[in-house]
Design a protein around this ligand. Structure first.
Ligand code: NAD
Length: 283
């Protein structure tokens, strides 16, 4: 029979519909939610992500303010742009698309964003709040994973969740969110020995390593929920996740596809954060 496939694209459409209702309620009070998107340079993959986010904004009734800056922009100029957006009352969310050109320090650029408008949830203030169990605006990819688990009816409390990957934007916040929902959490990474022994114990397995098809069926507990965050571009141009999908689908209880899984949910959660930020700023 195989795992239930959690359709991230359909779920994301549903989330956007809900956000559209919330945006209309805000607009009726005179607050049109607005997202500023800053893209520096001409990285083609970044341009694709930015277009997806802007499309989702249009669907949900969120205004977008689009800033395409040349790769020669200095860090000071970018910081000035962020300062201006921080004090712009039409802008409720600010998104600086990564990666930034090599001459800029992403960490200092991201910290300049007002945490109240930090819809990516990457500022230290946002991450610190998450650590303390009081999310301001939570990082979108892990919060998309959590919503997928919730809406698919996957039990989390008391379960063993294993997260592969420890980045600040996916692995670590995903682990914190699972902990907040009373899972017992193990974080694995590139130096973890005997990875398969640990993943086989997982009731919930979140894969965010960026290694194509590294999670094979023998690494998965029968009936587990497998959330594939990985996005890997293969030599034939196709996208694949970190999970060996067909084999794992036959063994798991739930699984997310790539594409059409966590990716669209991440975009939907950006919009959800813009609406949350606008509601708070309008209160
Ligand atoms: P990253 O490179 O910052 O982190 C990868 C993590 O995986 C590291 O902590 C590393 O220790 C761990 N890792 C690498 N190889 C491993 C191995 N063999 N065994 C165990 N752990 C290993 O990446 P990231 O930014 O966290 O992204 C991870 C993946 O998720 C990438 O494929 C990225 O494209 C994708 N991603 C997808 C979305 C989405 O919306 N679907 C969003 C962000 C990232």
């Amino acid at each position: 029979m195989g795992a239930i496939v959690i359709d991230g694209a359909a779920m994301a459409r549903q989330v956007l519909c809900e956000q559209k209702d919330a945006a209309q309620r805000l607009a009726a009070r005179g607050f049109v939610p607005g997202l500023a998107v800053v893209l520096v340079g001409d990285d083609p993959a970044s341009a694709v992500y930015v277009r997806a986010k802007e499309r989702a904004c249009r669907e949900a009734g969120v205004s977008t303010f689009d800033y395409r800056l040349p790769a020669t922009t200095t860090e000071t100029e970018l910081l000035q742009k962020i300062d201006a957006l921080n004090s712009d009352s039409q802008v409720h969310g600010i998104l600086v698309q990564l990666p930034l050109p090599a001459h800029m320090k992403a960490v200092s650029v991201l910290q300049r964003i007002d945490p109240a408008k930090d819809v990516d949830g990457f500022t230290w203030r946002s991450l610190g709040a998450l650590l303390d169990g009081h999310a301001l605006l939570a990082p979108c990819t892990p919060s998309g994973c959590m919503l997928m688990l919730e809406r698919a009816g996957v039990p989390v409390a008391g379960k063993h969740a294993v997260v592969i990957g420890r980045s600040s934007i996916v692995g670590k916040p995903a682990a914190l969110m699972l902990l907040e929902r009373n899972a017992t959490v193990t974080i694995c990474h590139s130096r973890t020995p005997e990875l398969a022994t640990i993943t086989r114990e997982a009731d919930i397995l979140i894969c965010a390593a960026g290694k194509p098809r590294m999670v094979t069926a023998d690494m998965v507990k029968p009936g587990a929920a497998v959330i594939d965050v990985g996005i890997n571009r293969m030599p034939d141009g196709k996208l694949c996740g970190d999970v060996d999908y067909d084999a794992v689908q036959a063994r798991a209880g739930w699984i997310t596809p790539v594409p059409g899984g966590v990716g669209p949910m991440t975009v939907a959660m950006v919009i959800a954060n813009v609406i949350t930020a606008a509601e708070r700023l309008a209160a």
